[in-house]
Design a protein around this ligand. Structure first.
Ligand code: FE2
Length: 230
């Protein structure tokens, strides 16, 4: 019983897929883990939190599943980004940032063989669009951006700044939420910011104020067919 509760996010995702699709999805995640452990861990945390935010938003069960899958796979295109860019220890140059900026399109294209992932691919493609229209790849603005992508964008950014990168220290969750709020209506959709802040204001979310990679990883990793050593 407890098992079901703990694993409910991934079971929710798996339940919408055929056995072959589920196996293919796990294979992609294992490939990501082997290539870039940090992005793999980030993807698991983002999937988990984005699904919770989408539930708070009142999205349907199917829409929540799409957000969950999009969270898991939003950075899968980084498999195609060269090591010297992906693992660079200093700040990226303009051309390196352009290289990284291909990943929403690449992630979406990698998933093309999943016939019924059209919505998931659309969510992923738009996860770096900005509410003010200055994002990429299409410069969509405001309501032109899928609400699921706006949720993914805010959770993606929140998780990214809460974790250390070679060229910067992590923010605390309070600092990160403050920054996210300062970007409401600019980088981020106000309603998505509101839902994220609300999630962290509820008493039962206290434990998850700081993302808990180990806890999230434990419950997701145990569902992979075998342990992957790094
Ligand atoms: Fe991304």
């Amino acid at each position: 019983m407890e098992q079901n509760t703990i694993h409910s996010p991934i079971l929710l995702a798996a339940s919408s897929l055929s056995a072959a699709e589920w196996a293919a999805l796990q294979t992609l995640l294992i490939a990501l883990k082997l290539r870039d452990e940090a992005t793999y861990q980030h993807s698991l945390r983002v999937a988990d939190l984005a699904r919770r935010i989408s539930a708070r938003f009142g999205l349907s069960g199917t829409e929540q599943q799409d957000v969950l899958l999009a969270g898991l796979l939003h950075d899968i295109g980084k498999l195609a980004v060269p090591d010297q860019v992906l693992n660079k220890q200093s700040k990226l140059t303009r051309s390196e940032r352009q290289e990284i900026a291909r990943h929403p399109t690449l992630s979406s294209e990698i998933l093309l063989p999943f016939g019924k992932f059209d919505k998931v691919r659309a969510i992923i493609l738009q996860h770096h669009e900005r509410y003010d229209g200055t994002g990429y790849p299409s410069g969509r603005r405001g309501d032109e951006i899928l609400i699921e992508s706006s949720i993914l964008a805010v959770v993606d950014a929140f998780d990214a700044v809460c974790h250390e990168r070679p060229y910067r220290l992590p923010l605390t969750s309070e600092e990160a939420l403050g920054w996210i709020e300062s970007e409401s209506g600019r980088q981020f959709r106000p309603a998505a910011v509101h839902a994220l802040v609300e999630e962290f204001e509820t008493a039962d979310a206290l434990e998850s104020r700081v993302p808990e990679p180990a806890k999230v990883l434990d419950r997701w990793d145990s569902l992979l067919p075998f342990k992957v050593s790094s």
